[in-house]
Design a protein. Structure first.
Length: 235
């Protein structure tokens, strides 16, 4: 079984809303979280999975919203411990004990096309072979590389592979991609969390197979959603 981890405990300071960023309405009845979960819903039709939503005591609305998914996949809502620093690393730690042997991290503010579910399944199959996998978009924009998880991807025996990985590097030179989703074994989750928290190199991703997506939408502000019409709408 695959466990999909969705970290929703962040404070969303750059977004600047008084409500959880994940529940920002993109269209009537459709939130940013719904867009992020759309590929997960499709993936649930392709393989057995469970979803772990990590949130905080200050965001009870997330728990209420997830009730609408009770007939789509099995899920658990986990409250991140009080006092834990905000960010992806704390969310990963909170989710570890709930994870099966294979974990897929899907960020709630990164919007992918629904059809990417088939690629996410390929990432899961890669995990079953014992190799981590990363969904990434080629990128040379310095500012974007500085604010996201940056990768240097090279071809090894014709297979795109992570050669270097860095969490929000100050110097983006030498990187050519940004990651959208990560598939790793449960045994690597604690190490991955520690590396991300340090805001430096992420050696646990070196050697991971890269699955390339043409584009994904990383939402840091409501204005970023101006490109939303080019993406799929969840059904």
């Amino acid at each position: 079984m695959l466990t999909v981890v969705v970290p929703c405990a962040g404070i969303g300071s750059r977004f600047g809303a008084v409500y959880p960023k994940e529940l920002h309405a993109v269209r009537p009845g459709i939130t940013l979280l719904d867009l992020a979960l759309a590929p997960v819903v499709e993936l649930s039709k392709l393989c057995e999975l469970q979803v772990v939503i990590v949130t905080s005591v200050s965001k009870p609305q997330i728990l209420t919203h997830m009730g609408g998914y009770s007939d789509r996949f099995d899920f658990a809502c986990v409250i991140q411990p009080g006092g834990a620093p905000p960010g992806l690393s704390s969310a990963i730690r909170a989710a570890v004990t709930w994870c099966s042997e294979d974990a897929l991290i899907v960020l709630p503010d990164q919007v992918l096309e629904k059809r990417i579910a088939k690629v996410l399944r390929e990432m899961y199959l890669e995990l079953r072979k014992g190799r981590s996998a990363v969904l990434a978009e080629p990128c040379r924009a310095s500012e974007r590389l500085r604010t996201e998880g940056a990768l240097f991807v090279s071809s090894q025996a014709g297979v795109p592979t992570v050669e270097r990985s860095w969490e929000k590097p100050r110097d983006p030179s030498g990187f050519n991609s940004v990651w959208a989703s990560i598939a790793v074994r449960r045994s690597l989750l604690q190490q991955l969390a520690e590396e991300i928290e340090q805001g430096s190199a992420v050696p646990s991703l070196i050697g991971a197979r890269v699955f390339v997506c043409k584009a994904f939408l990383n939402v840091n502000s409501p204005l970023d959603l101006a490109t939303y019409p080019s993406l799929d709408e969840p059904s």
